[in-house]
Design a protein around this ligand. Structure first.
Ligand code: SF4
Length: 348
């Protein structure tokens, strides 16, 4: 056995987690359900869901026979519901294609819905003792640091390197314990923030620790420089509230109520003054609302106008309201606009 694995296993025997419900008994079905629940989710959160799920669906047949709604109901609150739908579909396939027995081999497991390479390896190693390496988020972090692997782990080249390092280190024996030990080391010692290197069983040859690179590895996803889109919005205040209009159903913030917006300041000013000839522009320095969308940054610049009263009102057929942030209505507002109105809103 390589020394990485032997040190890790010795540490696991003393400090690892040995009382997780899916370890007792460690059937293939229980390991499978736990692995799916543990994707993107911490063990402490998963435990009550796992126990309730097992009470209702104690085996793969019970799960396969259940209506989809009931499976989703027991998943409620765990999030990422595609996991539950795939688990249910996979249970039906296990009944139909595999005679009710979960396959023991990674490649066969990977053909089932919702089971990727690392999950398949975790099931094969923990339930069947197969010599398979896993590479979940915790393990990626441990290996990137311990082997000093630079680059963002989401990139194909770094992924390949991590898989090969993960495979080099598996012991071949005690695979269930080794797999759990890797997960435990990442979850309890080599944590994302503040890893506890003093307690780490493999610190002696950790490349990141030796090179003072622990805080830098694994490398974050490279930032994309998003384009900035500048727009102008009008805060038209009357004693009754601030004018908000409903946005078109399609596009950003579709169907929500928001400030009137235009591409140019002059265009916005002209529209407001023709709509409310009594409006007076007030002159604080231009305020801004910033918001990041997936494909651009919005730089929304604010012009303020005051009206003596809202009597000039809202035209017939216009989808608009006078919004008072002290008496908010039950309408949908974009979060950054609502925040702005609560903080700086009814100033007139
Ligand atoms: S020494 Fe620190 S950084 Fe290196 S593997 Fe251990 S906990 Fe992680």
């Amino acid at each position: 056995m390589n020394t990485f694995a032997s040190r890790l296993l010795a540490w696991f025997d003393v400090h690892g987690r040995h009382d997780l419900p899916w370890q007792h008994p460690r059937s293939a079905y229980r390991v499978w359900v736990s692995e799916i629940m543990l994707q993107q989710t911490r063990a402490e959160t998963v435990i009550p869901y796992f126990l309730a799920f097992m009470a209702r669906f104690p085996d793969v047949r019970a799960l396969a026979d259940a209506p989809a709604d009931e499976v989703l109901h027991l998943w409620s609150g765990l999030g990422y519901y595609a996991r539950a739908r795939n688990l249910h579909r996979a249970a039906r396939l296990v009944m139909e294609v595999h005679g009710g027995e979960l396959p023991a081999y990674r490649h066969v497991l990977e053909a089932l819905p919702g089971i990727g390479r690392s999950t398949a390896a975790a099931i094969a190693a923990q339930a069947f003792g197969q010599a398979e390496a896993i590479l979940d988020g915790n393990v990626r972090r441990v290996l990137a640091r311990h082997a000093g692997i630079e680059g963002w782990p989401g990139s194909p080249a770094v992924q390949r390197r991590l898989w090969s390092v993960a495979e080099e280190r598996i012991p071949g024996l005690r695979m269930a314990d080794y797999t759990q030990a890797m997960m435990d080391l990442g979850a309890t010692v080599c944590t994302r923030r503040r890893p506890d290197c003093h307690r780490c069983p493999v610190a002696a040859d950790c490349v990141a620790l030796a090179g003072d690179r622990v805080a830098d590895l694994p490398a974050p996803r490279p930032g994309r420089a998003l384009p900035v889109r500048t727009r102008w919005a009008g805060v038209v205040s009357a004693p009754e509230g601030i004018y908000l209009e409903r946005r078109l159903a399609s596009g950003i913030w579709g169907g929500l109520y928001s400030l009137p917006e235009r591409e140019e300041a002059g265009e916005l000013r002209d529209w407001i003054l023709s709509r409310w000839p009594g409006a007076r522009q007030t002159e604080p320095p231009v305020e801004r609302i910033g918001h990041v969308f997936s494909h651009y940054r919005l730089d929304l610049r604010i012009l303020r106008f005051a009206l003596p009263s809202a009597a000039c009102g809202i035209m017939e057929g216009e989808q608009a309201i006078w919004y008072n942030s002290r008496l908010p209505m039950r309408v949908g507002l974009p979060a950054p606009i609502e925040r702005f109105l609560i903080e700086h809103g009814n100033s007139e």
